[in-house]
Design a protein around this ligand. Structure first.
Ligand SMILES: O=C(O)CCC(=O)C(=O)O
Ligand SMILES: [Fe+2]
Length: 198
């Protein structure tokens, strides 16, 4: 496996600073409810983005676009702390273009999927967990491959690249009350992605 796990990469103080950075992002780019292509069924996770591009999903499909789907405004910049993380761990000579922000309340799940809407898979996906612990599942590059489950706690970072860049993954559940980082509870996941070839 070329999934690299960096437990507690962000210590409590840095986690708090990241939450403050995200507060500023959310003021400019409010959370929206993504919907499944075709059916329009809402996801249980709420999302927003920062960076030159953001990932959105609606009845017309999944895509990256430079503006917020509801306000029409460009996405805010990726906080420096996250750019620094990317440059330390991603191992590519270019920056990320999108940072997808997912907010999980109690009972939120994210089905097994691949991150494959990018136009390049040469850069890894760098994922940061904040708040309540998630039960994360990761498998192989086919839906049928065996999966394993692991817990992602606040401050943990995982980097999936190389052979695992297209590994199926998802969130089985959130362990409510496992962290006091977020005043209202729940979990935030940030994924930094490169979208265009370099
Ligand atoms: O919340 C997570 O840890 C994973 C999020 C994810 O897979 C995604 O946004 O594509
Ligand atoms: Fe994903």
């Amino acid at each position: 496996m070329t999934v690299q796990i960096l437990p507690e990469r962000f210590k409590t103080e840095d986690q708090r600073a990241l939450v403050a950075d995200l507060g500023a992002v959310l003021e400019r780019a409010p959370l929206f409810v993504p919907r499944m292509p075709r059916s329009g069924k809402p996801f249980s996770v709420r999302m927003t983005n920062c960076g030159p591009l953001g990932w959105v999903s609606d009845i017309d499909g999944y895509r990256y676009q430079p503006h917020h789907p509801e306000t029409g405004a460009p996405w805010p910049e990726i906080p420096q702390r996250l750019l620094d993380l990317w440059h330390e761990v991603a191992g590519v000579p270019v920056g990320p273009e999108a940072c997808l922000v997912n907010l999980y309340g109690p009972g939120t799940k994210l089905g097994l999927h691949q991150d494959r809407d990018e136009r390049t898979f040469e850069a890894p996906v760098v994922s940061v967990s904040l708040g309540d612990t998630a039960v994360f599942r990761i498998g192989g590059t086919t839906r049928k491959a065996a999966t394993r489950s692991m817990r992602l706690a606040s401050g943990d970072v995982i980097v999936f690249g190389g052979d695992d860049r297209l590994a199926y993954h998802g969130i089985d559940r959130i362990l409510s009350g496992s962290s006091s980082l977020l005043p209202e509870g729940g979990r935030i996941n940030l994924t930094l992605r490169r979208v265009t070839p370099f």
